[in-house]
Design a protein around this ligand. Structure first.
Ligand code: SF4
Length: 777
């Protein structure tokens, strides 16, 4: 019988607001009557808060939008994973609203280990992270957020199965959020403060991305899989090639792909730095997938829009839409690829990999093959891998490498369990891990005796392969490939094995050669609902639920609002550190063991700037107070915070490069930082600073950097007036410096980039303070 759907009753809340989006698109058409639009533009522009203002502000009369205009967007939905949801929710709570403005979901996946198998690992992980999970669940219940408990699945697979829909726009607090682009939506990975914008109904700002066309021709066959499209593309674009772009797939080859295959391709667009990736709606792929995941009504509405002959078609690009560059891939000629080690853009076609192993002296054997994860655990992935296991099993073979399977969700796990695929894996040496991130995010306790620091190889169907990513061992070489290739190679245990041409010797002096894998896109009997314990909580807010934060917790702390800007200038701030050279978000807020404290601002602040080199002393994480006594940077910042002493950071170029990590702005602000004065800023971090109420300023004369030193006193001049007049180019800002010791005084000119909205953040103390004020009316 047809399985009952966990979501059927919620389909309405999961349907994109098509009527409104089409109306908005009509308005955009009026603004650009003769301009064909890309699919990305259609979906983005139909989510603008005010299309005319966004598209004509700061651009050449709306003709030069991409890369120039600042889009103020109203996303439809937010998804958050357990690690990043903590700070997002703490910030949301400080706004004092009773519920979220748009539907949202929380997914407990990152904090679950992969070691012995789901039955043991899941309870252990729940016990180890109980207070965090309790907090997330209680906050979800209070504010009406759907809570997917530990074991329910990985955020991106769950989103694809339940929330992604053609034409939708969503934000996710995870970099692989673009996975949902496989179902024709714009899905963008952001930090918690950005997610809060959407949760409180404030417009979310995005510099209009450029749109790169990826034209697919031909058709995949044999061993080639959707994963190979993106592995190949990553080699062509490199890890920076997608920065500032949306990757928009189009062309006849799109028609031959499954929905989940498209999601795999979009997922790894994050590896080339793309803002997001997306595919157009195709009735052949998306219709059946939406029907089989209990969202038939969305399939029908999308099909009706796609079939509409008028100008409002929201779900495919216009004929003649122009791209900012194009890459063409002929799927008929595409061979499987293997990417790595250590970077996802080191891409080698399978036929050349044997030589690459030799030339680079990579290990000839490997210890583990891992398939699944958010990138590759579709029904097609699992059944194609199964077809290879069955072949090998019939020949009497067992995998030579350890073989792990990570299902992306309870729905997929239960379905492949019901259909016998899981039994095939387990009877042939496979270990099924929890429906969670596990080894993909370093939550993998290896039991195969590889020592930390020992060079070795593994093969995974995951998406990232930076050093230390999987097992914490920076010498582990993670080679990325399709699940079918990882499976076949696990039977050889050799890195130089090519299953398309090579054979595996058998005991009877014969040999075994794989036939190409075969699989099924969607289960004939529909998806199984799985364990009811893994169903989400309903999206109904309950004001009487207390959000569980133990006041003695070392992992969670309620976020107190920051001080507003004073009624005048900022005076007598002290220079905490003059940073020499590169200062990334990792320098400002280190990761690794500190991740545990992501929900506890005071505790994680103990790592603030610990990677920074002081220009005064040349030492890392060492500064001195006025009396000459030396401290670590966070120690001195904490001491000054206790004394009510505001401080500033002085830095060189591209301050805050690296990531959107909001803790790199939150922590200095928490410890008393009011200004960062740099030669230049990384754009996202500069915005994050403003959101947290820290004023980023740049030198007019870069040589002034050399005239400053730790403990010098700094006061602003003109900043108060700029804030009063909401930026708008008003007045100039300068800093009055009083040198430590000599007391000598001088002025230096500086620049600001505060927009009207951002002046509001600074005056209120932070963007959240302003939102909270508005929320209270
Ligand atoms: Fe991120 Fe890996 Fe989890 Fe996917 S499986 S969400 S890539 S940690």
């Amino acid at each position: 019988s047809q399985p009952t759907s966990p979501v059927a009753s919620d389909v309405a809340s999961r349907t994109p607001p098509y009527t409104r989006l089409l109306k908005n698109l009509r308005q955009v058409r009026r603004l650009f009557p003769n301009r064909p639009l890309t699919l990305a533009e259609k979906i983005l522009f139909s989510h603008l808060d005010n299309a005319e203002e966004s598209l004509f502000d700061n651009t050449n009369n709306g003709t030069d939008i991409r890369g120039r205009a600042t889009l103020k967007l109203k996303p439809d939905r937010v998804a958050m994973q357990d690690a990043s949801a903590q700070m997002a929710l703490l910030q949301f709570m400080s706004c004092g609203l009773p519920t979220t403005a748009v539907p949202a979901s929380i997914h407990c996946d990152h904090m679950i280990v992969g070691e012995q198998g789901a039955d043991t690992d899941l309870p252990n992980s729940i016990a180890g992270n109980k207070e965090v999970f309790d907090f997330l669940e209680s906050a979800a219940k209070r504010y009406g957020i759907e809570f997917w408990p530990p074991g329910a699945g990985i955020i991106h697979q769950t989103v694809l199965e339940n929330y992604a829909a053609p034409g939708l726009m969503m934000l996710g607090t995870d970099s692989h959020t673009p996975n949902a682009g496989g179902l024709g939506c714009i899905a963008i990975g952001v930090g918690g403060a950005d997610a809060v914008d959407a949760l409180v109904d404030a417009p979310w700002e995005l510099k209009a991305p450029k749109v790169k066309g990826i034209r697919l021709e031909g058709q995949l066959s044999g061993w080639a899989s959707p994963k190979d499209i993106i592995l190949h593309l990553a080699g062509r674009l490199t890890v920076r090639g997608g920065t500032g772009y949306i990757l928009e797939y189009h062309g006849p080859g799109v028609q031959s792909l499954s929905c989940t295959g498209m999601a795999t391709v979009c997922n790894m667009g994050a590896e080339v730095g793309a803002t997001t990736s997306l595919f157009p709606f195709t009735e052949s792929a998306h219709g059946p997938y939406l029907h089989s995941t209990h969202r038939g009504s969305i399939a029908e509405q999308a099909a009706a829009i796609a079939a509409s002959p008028d100008v409002h078609n929201l779900l495919v690009a216009d004929e003649g839409a122009e791209y900012d560059g194009e890459v063409v891939i002929d799927l008929s000629k595409l061979e499987p690829h293997i990417n790595g080690p250590f970077t996802p853009d080191l891409s080698t076609p399978l036929s050349l990999f044997k030589d690459a192993v030799k030339a680079n002296e990579w290990p000839e054997t490997f210890g583990a093959g891992l398939i699944g994860s958010c990138t590759n655990s579709s029904y097609a992935d699992m059944t194609r891998a199964e077809s290879l296991v069955r072949q090998a099993s019939a020949a009497g073979l067992q995998p030579k490498a350890d073989f792990f399977i990570t299902p992306g969700s309870e729905q997929i796990r239960a379905t492949v369990d019901r259909d016998g695929t899981m039994a095939t894996f387990e009877q042939n040496g496979g270990v099924v891990l929890a429906n969670a991130c596990g080894p993909c995010i370093g939550q993998w306790s290896r039991t195969d005796g590889v020592a930390n620091g020992e060079a070795n190889a593994i093969f995974t169907s995951y998406n990232r392969n930076f050093p230390g990513r999987n097992d914490g061992n920076r010498k582990t070489m993670n080679f990325l490939a399709s699940p079918e290739l990882v499976t076949a190679m696990s039977y050889s245990g050799r890195t130089d094995f090519n299953p398309m041409v090579d054979s595996i010797p058998l005991a009877n002096e014969q040999s075994f050669k794989f036939e190409p894998p075969t699989g099924i896109d969607l289960p004939k009997a529909g998806f199984a609902a799985g364990n009811p314990l893994f169903m989400p909580s309903p999206p109904t807010p309950s004001a009487d639920v207390d959000v569980a934060i133990d006041p003695h917790s070392d992992r969670l702390a309620v976020l107190e609002p920051f001080d507003p800007f004073p009624q005048g200038e900022l005076t007598e701030m002290k220079v905490l550190v003059r940073v020499k050279g590169q200062c990334t978000t990792d320098t400002i807020s280190a990761a690794g063991p500190w991740l545990k404290y992501k929900g506890h601002l005071p505790n994680i602040s103990e790592n603030t700037l610990i990677g920074a080199v002081s220009a005064d002393t040349g030492a890392v994480n060492e500064v001195a107070d006025v009396d000459g006594q030396t401290y670590t940077i966070p120690e001195l910042a904490t001491k000054w915070k206790g004394q009510g002493q505001a401080w500033i950071v002085v830095a060189e170029h591209n301050y805050g490069e690296g990531s959107a990590r909001e803790h790199a702005a939150l922590q200095p602000r928490y410890l008393g930082c009011r200004v960062v004065l740099a030669k230049s800023f990384a754009r996202i971090h500069e915005t994050n600073l403003k959101k947290q109420g820290v004023v980023p300023l740049t030198f007019v004369n870069e040589e002034d950097y050399d005239k400053l030193a730790g403990c010098d006193e700094v006061s602003t001049e003109g900043l108060h007036e700029v804030l009063q007049q909401s930026g708008s180019g008003a007045g100039s800002v300068s800093l009055r410096i009083k040198q430590k010791g000599s007391g000598a005084e001088w002025r230096i000119p500086v620049r600001h980039t505060l927009s009207k909205d951002q002046c509001g953040f600074i005056v209120a103390g932070s963007a959240l303070n302003l939102l909270a004020k508005k929320g209270r009316g």
